[in-house]
Design a protein around this ligand. Sequence first.
Ligand code: C2E
Ligand code: MG
Ligand code: MG
Length: 748
Amino acid sequence: MTVYSPATIHTRTNNPYAFGELEHQDGAHIVIVDDSAANLRIYAKIAAGLEPNVRVHSFNDPRKALEWLTENHADLVISDYKMPTMHGAEFTRHVRQVPTCPDVPVVVVTAYADHDFRIEALESGASDFLLSPVDYLEFQTRARNLVRLGRHQRLMRAHAFSLEHELKESEKSRDELLRHSRERLAQVIDTVPAMISATDAEGNCIFVNAYQGSVLGGALRRPADSSPELDRQVLASGKALEGFEETFIDNAGGARTFLTVKSPLREADGKTIGVLTSSLDITERKRAEAQLVYLAQHDHLTTLPNRAHLYDRLRRELESHRISGRVFALHFLDLDRFKYINDGLGHPFGNRLLQAVAQRLQHAIGEGDMVARLGGDEFAIIQVTATSPSDAAQFASRINQLLLDPFVIDGRKVVTSASIGVTLYPRDGESVEELLQNADLAMYRVKASRRGGFTFFAREMLQQAHEAIRLQSSLPHALEAGEFVLHYQPQIDLRSGKVMGAEALIRWQSQHDGLVQPAGFLRAAEETGLIQEIDQWVLHEACRQAKVWFKTLVNPVRVSVNLSPLRSSTSSIFDMVMRQLDATGLPPTLLGIELTEEVLLQRTHSAVRDLENLQQRGVQISVDDFGTGYSSLARLTSLHVDQLKIERTFVAGLEDPNNVAIIRAVVGLGRALNIEVLAEGAETGYQVDQVRLAGCDAVQGYYTGYPMDAGQFEAFLRARPADQRAQQQPHRMPAAQRQPALAVGQRW
Ligand code: C2E
Ligand code: MG
Ligand code: MG
């Protein structure tokens, strides 16, 4: 027997229309209670005809019926009223108390006269009553209706229960879903690489995600002082704050930058109840940005500030000095002959030299000063600590001294020097460009003097620079117009006192500017490529003149020619020289070639072979401006040069024992390699004596002879006394040579 509890109905089916199924599977259970066995039989017979599959349970004792009802389900109860153990009203009351039977239809059967009993039965909870003797049709109709009604009621209740249950279930699952998604959200919030926290309207922290905990060590309060104030702003306005950057110190003690956004936390009704703060870690991005800024402002080789940075800084200094009215200095610095070190000893070596120079400069500057690399071998120093020209002069001279100290790079000793041009704000310029340009101009002036040092910018330099530019524009015509001339400077044998040779030095006899020295136009000629034609002309002219002297003089002199370092690799020195020797018929032994040591070092194998071939034919090969420190002994030995010409700065600075030591060292080297040593630039008798004492073989300088034009030189030779060693008098400068120390256009 199946008991239908609402729960079982639900578990069996959720479908309220499953009623039909129920009806067909199980017939109605009808309980009949009567103390008369005859009545029981009659009622059972009538009930069985109610519908198919009816199950009738008959009891002659109401107490037995109640027992059964507590265990089973009934669709209808029919009870007699007058029974010996319990009357119908009492029985009904009991039925109603059985938990499973609160609304089982109960029909009480009474006699027609028992009016009071009927009332009593209904009051005790009976659903209906029947009069006895029972009418068969009435019994069937009422009983059927009551069974159906009961079923419907039960079904309705089951349906309602099921609905309620479903509702509960769905609520449960919605809650579940919510809880689940909340958990997932919390997980996401925790793993998001951003600090997320919330504060309530009182500013109390109500939520901190795990990330924030890991960064700030679980500190509930954000360490930024501005935070509470900003929170109040958000609370007051109900509007989000635009992202702003904050810097925190994290657990590890490192500074971290965050991009923070604050937005209002709202309830469903839109009321702001707190502030949500989320901060994205942008430390890496900032670092990358800073790195970019750094790269944009620094030179990667030396790590010094670069040109752009210098400009920025200069602009700022101009601004602040304009207001304060104070002075500052700008030094424009260029390494002398760096190109040759770079080409001769290799770019990696050159780079290391630049780094070493940068380091020295960096150490030399004062606090607040700035040294920048402008590119190549150019540096600039903003000396804000200079308050007067003499401060700037002292500093520039200190830098000069500092760089003269040899550098040791990869175990190799190199010497360099710097040319420095100095401008003072506001005297020499009031804009960044003006100050830099003028310092550059002054620097070039130092360069043109062919020795390191410094000079202040002077207004005349501008005028001269303009003239130089004008001069250069007429340079290409100078060659066609035959305006170049060669002057000859005697080279004296220090043992015999004889004129052993002459160096051919070019001059430009300009229609407009008079005699222009090589410093005034050679650089421009090199820059424009005109130098190659000029060198050809010089070589030809020198050979022609030497051939004339060879034919006319008793003691012919060897003429030396300078060859420009900038030579296209395709043109062969050997071919060029041999062509001129052939063209003029000059014996090769009466020709010399001067090349600077840096140039010799960067020569290719074919060029070295060229020089060797020339040497074998008797052409003298000299190393010009020797002693500036780049030559390696091994290289010199392999080059088989004939003569070393000691740089004139060493001779000019003979008071310095270092210079004497260098001259002696070169002499020692020359002796060891069987190379003649000539001292350049001796201007005094003392200097001539000193270089002789030091062991030099020859001398070339103003004291023993100025550069002279061919006619003067010839006269010079003819005028020399028979015993040349007796000559004590210094050479008097020929009139044609008298000119200002710095010729027009000496910027180049
Ligand atoms: P350099 O080859 O070292 O020539 C010697 C320079 O020293 C010459 O300058 C000469 O006048 C100068 N000098 C000689 N004795 C003294 C002295 O006692 N005191 C001083 N202060 N100077 C002295 P110059 O003629 O102005 O030539 C400068 C440089 O121009 C030369 O240096 C050489 O490198 C280059 N040069 C001259 N002529 C030619 C040429 O025809 N072709 C090429 N490619 N370069 C040339
Ligand atoms: Mg020379
Ligand atoms: Mg020289």
